[in-house]
Design a protein around this ligand. Structure first.
Ligand code: ADP
Length: 577
């Protein structure tokens, strides 16, 4: 394969250096045109000025057009400039009949070696130089023929080496470009595979959330009916299993959110000491059940009010504490923490030390990788997805910190992490956010909610089970509900003669005929009557990504609830209307 061809395969990135060569020739021959005009005798002044001017014009044109020319035309451009150079030198030699003019030919021959990587072009140019020189010498019989013959031979040799070096350079360049293309292709593939994985995980989470809404909702409803002791036990077990399943689904969702760069860290003010004591307290029951102690202590300065993301911080604590409890059989777990002022940030450093089974040297390096578990027997014995530590590490990094682990097999492990927090701005209103284990959606939980609401609600939902769950939950809360099976029915419900006045619409996003987004848009445009243009609309969706929330708000919805709908969030939401 010729070098030009292989360069062409490298996505045409490599360019022959036409522009710099044309530029050099342009300035050189511009100077020559003037100097010929001023210095040469009348006899051949005009011939040489004309030839130098033609070369100037050609090289100037090529210099300007270089970037628009294809590779083939670039090559033709270079060869024609060199040919013009040769013709000029030969003309000098012919007209002046002075052998010193051969020096010009040396320069053209050497230049050919430097700029031409095509073997044929190089040979043609060198031959042309030689042939012209020989013919002129034969016709006009110039002196010092041998002297200049050797000089021409030397310049040809030099040109050959330059030509070889140039070919090597071009082939290396082509190789590098090909390697770069392969690397780019691999990177694209990896990005695509990663996107596909994240999309798959998000989709899976959505698909699982929808039936989970039915399961959790129904368990909740059953638990509110009169049950005997055995039935209550069964329902409690079902509830625990559903909660564990939701825990795994949420982990998968968080993981895909992080991978997709969708996980945003919030900044709210909270009481750090209270927060840590609550988090530890919540885990104490599990530790005590296994006969383990669980203690926590603050070291050094104490910053009570801090600004950060308590929900995500709690996730880090919970992952590490539940692991510590899970992998410890005797002894216990000690949590110590301190907060230091570093520059303009507060840095929270936490150490969670357990006296558990420890982690072997061979497993410890990959412990923070996704889906990694120390060994298969761990999976069999303790279960788990291997996602907890990967998420924990990413969360620490998202909060501007890091996490590390030290462990001795059979003796215990110590996880240390640091995250950046901020101090509340002075004078700002102090609003301590409640840190429940369920992340609130856009609705903030209010502890003192009424248990009955006098509201007329329209529920637009196509899934029969989800209809039942919502219907049961809402009617239990005293809400009067009408159901529409899709967006078209919802709008019909709003505009039919003697239509009820609705205080609120719960809108499923994905529905046949007319989805929730389009239905909302139409309602906001007045398709359901002017009186309903501003009716509050709450999205209910199994998509839990932040981009989905934005999509709902962009279509005109006011609030957002993710499935499975929990009673607290629902009550908090109803309390707003
Ligand atoms: P999993 O859901 O499997 O617990 P994690 O990412 O939380 O996933 O943990 C990955 C693995 O790291 C665990 O399976 C376990 O082998 C090991 N590991 C994590 N924490 C501890 C600990 N405190 N003591 C011993 N091993 C641990």
């Amino acid at each position: 394969m010729s070098l030009y061809k292989s360069a062409a395969t490298a996505k045409g990135v490599h360019q022959e250096p036409l522009r710099p060569v044309a530029m050099a020739f342009f300035f050189l021959f511009l100077a020559l045109s003037f100097s010929h005009f001023l210095l040469l005798t009348e006899q051949f002044k005009w011939v040489l000025v004309t030839s130098a001017s033609i070369t100037t014009v050609v090289s100037f044109t090529l210099m300007l057009r270089a970037q628009y020319l294809s590779r083939a035309w670039q090559r033709i451009g270079i060869v024609s400039i060199l040919l013009l150079g040769t013709m000029n030198s030969l003309l000098h030699l012919w007209l002046s009949q002075s052998p010193e003019q051969t020096t010009n030919l040396f320069l053209v021959i050497i230049a050919s070696g430097i700029v031409l990587s095509d073997r044929l072009h190089w040979v043609l140019l060198v031959l042309l130089n030689w042939a012209g020189w020989l013919i002129i010498n034969a016709v006009v019989e110039m002196s010092m023929m041998t002297h200049f013959f050797f000089a021409l031979g030397m310049s040809t040799l030099l040109s050959w080496f330059a030509h070889l070096a140039r070919r090597k350079l071009v082939s290396k360049q082509v190789e590098l470009l090909q390697e770069r293309d392969i690397a780019i292709a691999h990177e694209h593939e990896a990005i695509k595979a990663n996107e596909a994985k994240s999309a798959f995980l998000a989709n899976m989470s959505h698909e699982i959330r929808t039936p989970m809404n039915g399961i959790i909702g129904m368990i909740e409803m059953i638990s509110r009916t009169p049950l005997n002791d055995r039935q209550e036990e069964f329902v409690a077990t079902a509830q625990r299993s559903a909660d564990s399943l939701m825990f795994i689904i949420n982990d998968i969702l968080d993981f895909s959110k992080i991978e997709a760069g969708e996980l945003a860290i919030e900044n709210v003010e909270f009481d750090l000491n209270q927060f840590i004591s609550n988090v530890v307290q919540e885990q104490t029951f599990q530790a005590q059940e296994k006969g383990l102690w669980l203690t926590s202590k603050a070291v050094g300065e104490s910053y009570t009010k801090v600004v950060g993301d308590p929900y995500r911080l709690k996730q880090i604590f919970n992952n590490l504490l539940s692991n510590a409890i899970k992998f410890t059989e005797n002894g216990g777990i000690n949590v110590s923490y301190n907060v230091k002022n570093e520059g303009d940030a507060l840095v929270l450093s936490v150490e969670i030390r357990d006296t558990g089974i420890g982690i072997s040297k061979s497993s410890i390096s990959g412990i923070f990788d996704s889906f990694s578990q120390a060994d298969m027997s761990t999976t069999r014995k303790f279960g788990g997805t291997g996602l907890g530590l990967a998420i924990t590490k990413q969360l620490c990094e998202l909060m501007g910190g890091e996490i590390s682990v030290a462990s001795i097999l059979g003796q215990g492990s110590t996880f240390r992490f640091r995250v950046k927090l901020a101090s509340p701005s002075p004078g700002e209103e102090t609003t301590c956010k409640e840190t429940s284990s369920e992340k609130p959606t856009s609705v903030t939980h209010i502890e003192t909610q009424p248990s009955r609401f006098k509201l007329n609600v329209l529920l637009a939902e196509d899934n029969a089970i989800n209809q039942q769950v919502m219907l049961a939950m809402l009617t239990n809360l005293g809400v009067d509900v009408d159901v529409a099976n899709d967006g078209v029915e919802a709008i019909d419900n709003l505009i039919k003669p003697k239509a009820k006045h609705y205080d609120l619409i719960f809108m499923d996003c994905q529905m046949p005929n007319l989805d929730g987004y389009e239905t909302t848009r139409r309602i906001r445009e007045g398709h359901a009557g002017d009186e309903n243009k501003n009716i509050p609309i709450v999205a209910i969706t199994a998509h839990a990504m932040d981009s989905e929330k934005q999509k709902c708000l962009d279509s005109g919805m006011d609030e957002y609830l993710t499935k499975p709908i929990d009673l607290l969030s629902l009550k908090a939401l109803l309390a707003m209307y």
